[in-house]
Design a binder for this molecule. Structure first.
Ligand code: PLP
Length: 371
């Protein structure tokens, strides 16, 4: 049996993904640690059962009801109304962003972001034949607006990807920086889109605004969100964006037909009816995050300021040894970010206590070794 050779740019590459290990404390993929309540589970199950009775038919290709519900949810988080015509959704915001690059990237075009950043972005670029350029962030992981603007003018990207809060650093972007980059990208012979990836927006600290505020004034701005993180709905796979309706029309051309199954639509609609309850633990998680950051700093570690549900900390001469030491003690975190740093997701109080104990223990072990 002979196969055609793999596309050259894919040879030797491993699929993306953090290890899915069966350990007592998993703090590696920024999930919400609180599962839906029995009442929410029951409503989701009833909604899915109702959808199941019609599974001989293709689903609503336009997921109209779901766009209405998502628009209402976003409107509540913004001082402007977001309309259903501005909303697009797909199987996770990963698919949403792939749609954007399929429609607006491609051969001869460039996608731009600023490192360290979400490790999936270069993969969307690769898979759509889009050139990839990564600028840098400052020592504190903020964006230098001058450097960022210069890079936009130099590379004339079709798509600028700006996570806010950023993963893996937790850094949120000030709106004036987003607006300035939108204006630079909209300039003559660039005409680029700016995608603000707000996967962690619901965890932002008081006073940190959402880029949704800028939507009415900036036609080339796309704000993406997900139900995977704060919404405690990662297993269902539902991400979405808000933007000018023409941007939705463009991604409709590249999406697969009926990409959102009737089951997904029913489950997401049911979850949105319980938004208040599903998001109820966000305040707890924020407090837990701030306590975690303070504790890590007390241990003499460097800690990146976080508006998300994770904290990046370091720096270790051998971060892999620390990651492994934690895993040996039943705590799985993420070995990601710049050299020497590690990322830990915010879990339940019991999980955070387990993490603190394990890290204290590992810290002592690491020091024993270097003595
Ligand atoms: C987790 C995450 C997402 C969300 O991915 P889904 O496909 O919606 O689960 C998007 N962007 C960033 C930066 C993330 O960390």
């Amino acid at each position: 049996m002979r196969f055609p050779p793999l596309r050259e740019e894919l040879v030797g590459l491993a699929p993306y993904g953090a290890p899915q290990l069966d350990v007592p404390v998993t703090l590696n993929v920024n999930e919400n640690p609180y599962p839906p309540s029995a009442a929410v589970v029951e409503d989701i199950a009833a909604s899915v059962a109702a959808a199941a009775a019609g599974l001989n038919r293709y689903p609503d290709r336009e997921f109209t009801e779901l766009r209405v519900a998502l628009a209402a949810y976003l409107s509540a988080d913004s001082s402007h109304v977001v309309t259903p015509e501005q909303v697009w959704a797909a199987n996770g915001s990963n698919e949403v962003m792939l749609h954007l690059l399929q429609a607006f990237g491609g051969p001869g075009r460039t996608a731009l972001s600023f490192a360290p950043t979400y490790s999936m972005y270069p993969e969307y670029a690769r898979d759509t034949g889009t050139a990839w350029v990564a600028g840098r962030r400052e020592q504190d992981f903020a964006l230098d607006p001058v450097h960022a603007r210069d890079l936009v003018l130099e590379h004339r990207p079709s798509v600028v990807l700006l996570p806010s809060p950023n993963n893996p650093t937790g850094t949120a972007l000030p709106l004036d920086v987003v607006a300035a980059l939108c204006e630079a990208a909209a300039g003559p012979d660039i005409g680029g889109l700016v995608v603000v990836d707000e996967a962690y927006a619901e965890f932002r600290r008081a006073g940190t605004p959402s880029a949704l505020e800028l939507l009415p004034s900036l036609r080339n701005l796309v704000v993406t969100r997900t139900m995977s993180k704060a919404f405690a709905f990662a297993g269902a796979r539902l991400g979405y964006f808000a933007a000018a309706p023409e941007i939705g029309d463009a991604v409709r051309v590249v999406r697969l037909p009926y990409h959102l199954s009737a089951v997904t639509q029913a489950a997401a609609l049911a979850a949105l009816r319980h938004a208040d309850e599903l998001l109820a633990r966000v305040a707890d998680l924020r407090e837990e995050r701030d306590a975690l950051a303070a504790w890590l700093a007390e241990q003499g570690l460097e800690v990146a300021a976080s508006d998300a549900n994770f904290v990046l900390f370091g720096r270790y001469a051998d971060r892999h040894a620390v990651w492994q030491g934690l895993l040996d003690r039943g705590v799985l975190i993420r070995e990601t970010g710049p050299d020497g740093w590690l990322r830990v997701s915010v879990g339940t109080p019991a999980e955070m206590a387990a993490f603190r104990d394990a890290l204290t223990d590992v810290g002592a072990a690491v020091m024993e070794e270097t003595r």
